[in-house]
Design a binder for this molecule. Structure first.
Ligand SMILES: [Zn+2]
Length: 593
């Protein structure tokens, strides 16, 4: 762990404008700097860097962060490496994990390097072996793969013997071979042997292009069909996508990315001219994957086999996509005819037919969502339609894109035979403003959270952009804090812990790895709609923030009062609660004067 103090210091000494400008030339525009976004394809610049906040935000794709975040994203580095790179650039010494053990952390860093070197060396060896492996060559040729495409993906072959890698690693006993996942050690028998034997080898690269793992595919009948490197210090399956490095240019050009299940699919599609495909690495599509995909293109297509396993995988992908959705981006699901995978389909019918299928047969997420849910219940009975609402609620609550979320709710409401207000009330417990008279329907705990969410999120955004305003934040002691409210309180407190108000970048880096990280991420994605959000605030803005706090206080007190009233009716109040009730009432009356 790098101490937070050091991260703070680092961020006060590096200038994000210099850092970004090294990779992406910036142009001054008013208080800020602009460029075309390096994380998505665009023609007019919406990638904005604020020197006063030391923070960047892309108003096109929503990418944002500090100088550290930028280096991580752009260079594909981990947090520690990004900090180290920035610190070295300005001659700061990164403190060691424990002063007692500087040697260990240096070794850990060297090991990281040497793991990458080991992977590189192994990839070179496998590539070499392919040349003298007629069976593997025949396999690839049989799939239409030319030498050129094999070279682009660095394909290789692991021979069938048990210790092939000894040829390039004379120190076959070296721990790093096991750490890199190249060798399997059987402690009991004291044996070690190559993980990959008699397989076509697909090197997996990270965003920098460094090889971090391998996928090996059997050529005949054997199991498993695909064998992956295990998780190693270099390789985290839930974050990486096979082929992303190779496909980047084409993804940008087409503004489209296709997600398939196997490496061979990626290579075959590329061979036939569809160069924007990537594959997950034997895991379900994760939220991290989706975020990464949406950074690269506005249109994401998931392609699944039409069988049962494919359908399950598709639904998992949908579930993990919901919290990542953004209006203006589209996610689509294509199910291939059950006898096909993308590899076989494109070989049989060609690229044009495949793209036609993609464009005409894919279901947008909204349609797939509705079709799947209505298919699970009997829509002809009230019980079935009620069950639809029950099953849809938790999923709908996760949809991050407001407009798309509304459209889906509206469609489901239609299908259930009620109007969308009623539907919302049933699924979120949130009464529409004009329906105040029906308040008794709502669930007290839930309503408290739901009602205030938009205003709290707005206050959080203001505070993030202007940490110096933390002194304005007051929250009633009597209200339990959870979710966004807890986040808001925590931000204000964390500013107060600093001697000087931190800038946006410092404030945000303090949240890295905390449960609030994802919440803040989504708040910024939604709240930052145009460049004005980024301009230095005027007096009016400050007043708005203060008004917002007042409003929030008032709503919280009201909600608290409602709860107490309800409890009074149902089971009665304790003397403390009665006192609190009077206190709240007094404050509310005082505040409205
Ligand atoms: Zn962008």
């Amino acid at each position: 762990m790098i101490p937070q103090d050091f991260v703070d210091q680092l961020l006060s000494r590096v200038d994000i404008v210099d850092v970004v400008d090294r990779y992406v030339p910036l142009k001054k525009a008013g208080q800020n700097y602009l460029a075309c976004c390096p994380f998505h394809k665009e023609k007019s610049p919406s990638f904005t860097v604020s020197p006063s906040k030391q923070f960047y935000h892309c108003f096109g794709c929503g990418a944002h962060g500090s100088a550290i975040g930028f280096v991580m994203e752009y260079q594909g580095l981990g947090f520690v490496d990004a900090v180290r790179l920035l610190a070295e650039g300005i001659g700061m010494q990164v403190p060691q994990e424990k002063v007692a053990n500087p040697e260990a952390s240096r070794k850990a860093r060297e090991r990281q390097m040497s793991l990458e070197e080991a992977m590189q060396l192994a990839a070179g060896y496998y590539k070499q072996q392919l040349k003298s492996a007629p069976n593997a060559i025949a396999y690839l040729k049989g799939r239409g793969v030319t030498g050129e495409v094999a070279a682009r993906f660095g394909l290789g072959y692991a021979p069938g013997d048990w210790q092939n890698l000894q040829a390039v690693f004379p120190q076959y006993q070296d721990d790093k071979l096991a750490d890199a996942g190249l060798v399997i050690v059987n402690e009991e028998k004291g044996q070690r042997y190559d993980r990959f034997r008699d397989r076509v080898m697909f090197p997996i690269r990270n965003q920098r292009g460094a090889i971090i793992g391998f996928g090996g595919r059997v050529m005949g009948k054997g199991e498993p069909k695909y064998l992956n490197s295990p998780e190693t210090p270099l390789f985290e399956k839930g974050r990486e996508l096979y082929g992303l490095y190779e496909a980047r240019q084409s993804i940008r050009e087409k503004n489209r990315v296709l997600v398939v299940e196997g490496y061979m699919d990626v290579v075959a599609l590329s061979q036939y001219g569809i160069a924007y495909a990537v594959a997950t690495l034997g895991t379900a599509t994760t939220g991290d994957h989706v975020r990464k995909l949406l950074r690269h293109a506005d249109q994401v297509y998931y392609c699944f086999d039409g069988d049962n396993a494919g359908r399950k995988a598709a639904w998992r992908a949908l579930e993990n996509s919901l919290p990542q959705l953004q209006d203006g981006k589209s996610l689509n699901f294509l199910f291939l005819p059950s006898e096909h995978d993308p590899d076989s389909y494109v070989r049989e019918f060609g690229a044009e037919a495949f793209e036609k299928l993609l464009e005409e047969q894919s279901l947008p997420l909204s349609a797939y969502f509705t079709r799947e849910l209505t298919g699970r219940v009997d829509m002809n009975t009230p019980e079935g339609r009620a069950d639809l609402i029950r099953q849809a609620s938790p999923l709908l609550a996760q949809i991050a894109a407001p407009a798309l979320g509304f459209i889906i709710r509206k469609r489901l409401a239609e299908l259930a035979g009620i109007d969308v207000d009623e539907f919302d009330m049933l699924t979120t417990g949130k009464p529409r403003p004009e329906r105040k008279g029906k308040r008794e329907y709502r669930l007290p705990e839930e309503s408290h959270r739901q009602i205030h969410t938009p205003i709290i999120r707005k206050q959080i955004k203001w505070l993030l952009m202007n940490p110096a305003w933390a002194g304005d934040v007051r929250l009633p002691d009597s209200v339990p804090l959870s979710d966004e409210l807890a986040c808001f309180a925590m931000l204000a407190e964390s500013v107060q812990e600093h001697d000087q108000p931190p800038n946006t970048a410092q404030l945000l880096e303090g949240l890295r790895g905390t449960p609030y990280e994802g919440m803040i991420d989504s708040i910024l994605q939604q709240a930052m709609q145009d460049q004005d959000e980024f301009a230095d605030p005027g007096e009016d803005d400050r007043t708005q923030f203060q008004d917002g706090n007042e409003k929030l206080m008032k709503m919280l007190r009201e909600a608290q009062l409602e709860r107490l009233k309800l409890k009074d009716r149902q089971e009665g109040l304790t003397p403390e609660e009665k006192a609190l009730f009077r206190e709240l009432l007094k404050e509310l009356l005082g505040a409205s004067n």
